[in-house]
Design a protein around this ligand. Structure first.
Ligand SMILES: [Zn+2]
Length: 332
């Protein structure tokens, strides 16, 4: 506690009274009148050189100090500063949380909604162009001509047309690829690429497992998953680029999307449902699909010792065991 000698004016009479002003942690007290005022009820006038400093109270009374004394309310300015900082921090924190929620929404539901809306509106010539360039890129860097006999190619092609091309215009391409292994994938324009290693895994002489996989790939085309994924990845890269200032991710190529980026679980389920429906409509048991997926899993495990599963059909087709079980169930 600090003491100050002061003159007290009660605001009614002009006669000053000599008092002792006591300064406590959050109030002042005028000893002689046993009057206390909280800091919030006090206005301290700035001290001007050689003039007595005055302290006004909320009831209209005031004190004047000796000309040589200076009076400050302790921590008062600090309190204001902390209060201001705290409210700013709170504001910043709330903004940060809102921003995070917004980005999360954009990267999940937002992009999905946008992709679903935009995909059907992408002009066909753009879809053709993207697909054509992707196939050319794959041919240049990953794939070579198929080594499958022309008879086998014709046989599979005929079954493909009979079963999957009744009302559609898919185009089947035979290729081989050491890097991509036992795989098949669809381009958005309906070009479907089938690799030799996958055909080799089908123990059925009528290649009904392969047809099942091709039906699944057609499902991706029908539901426009490739284009949707492209829209989603572009939006994500653009958003990430906007907030982190790095746009290099924006250059993610469509090739990566098609052969490496994971199709979402939803897209896989959609493509599987389409395959199961189509296969069953053509009186083929989905057991053949279960069989060929079993072989793919086996093959991947064999290779795991010296190679990664990076390019395996499994990396783009999550929860494989669950899916095989689904094909088995549907075969009953
Ligand atoms: Zn798939």
């Amino acid at each position: 506690m600090q003491n100050f000698k002061a003159y007290y004016f009660d605001g009614k009479s002009s006669a000053p009274k000599s008092v002792t002003l006591e300064l406590y942690d959050n109030f002042v007290r005028i000893q002689e009148f046993n009057l206390s005022y909280l800091f919030k009820d006090i206005e301290v006038k700035a001290k001007l050189k050689n003039t007595p400093q005055s302290i006004n109270f909320s009831d209209g009374s005031y004190c004047e100090l000796d000309a040589g004394d200076s009076f400050f309310l302790p921590n008062n300015n600090n309190d204001k500063f902390i209060l201001k900082m705290e409210s700013k921090m709170r504001y910043a924190l709330v903004s940060f949380i809102v921003l995070c929620a917004f980005i999360t929404f954009c990267l999940t539901y937002g992009t999905t909604m946008l992709a679903d809306t935009l995909a059907p509106k992408i002009p066909q010539n753009i879809v053709e162009n993207i697909s054509k360039q992707t196939l050319e890129f794959l041919d240049r860097h990953y794939m070579s001509e198929s080594n499958l006999s022309i008879e086998k190619q014709d046989f599979i092609k005929k079954r493909f047309d009979d079963i999957l091309n009744k009302n559609s215009n898919f185009k089947l391409h035979f290729r081989s690829s050491e890097i991509l292994g036992a795989n098949a994938f669809a381009l958005p324009n309906g070009d479907i690429i089938l690799l030799d290693d996958l055909i080799e895994l089908d123990k059925d002489p009528e290649f009904r497992g392969v047809i099942g996989v091709l039906a699944h790939e057609s499902g991706h085309v029908v539901h426009m998953h490739g284009i949707k994924l492209l829209i989603k990845s572009s939006v994500s890269s653009a958003l990430v680029g906007y907030f982190w200032g790095d746009f290099s991710g924006f250059l993610t190529t469509f090739t990566t999307v098609i052969i490496e980026a994971k199709y979402s679980r939803n897209y896989e389920n959609e493509a599987d449902s389409y395959a199961v429906k189509t296969i069953k409509e053509n009186n083929i048991s989905t057991q053949y699909m279960a069989n060929i997926f079993d072989e793919i899993v086996k093959k991947s495990h064999e290779k795991l010792g010296n190679a990664t599963m990076e390019h395996s059909i499994l990396s783009s087709h999550p929860a494989i065991e669950e899916r095989i079980e689904n094909f088995r169930e549907n075969a009953k």
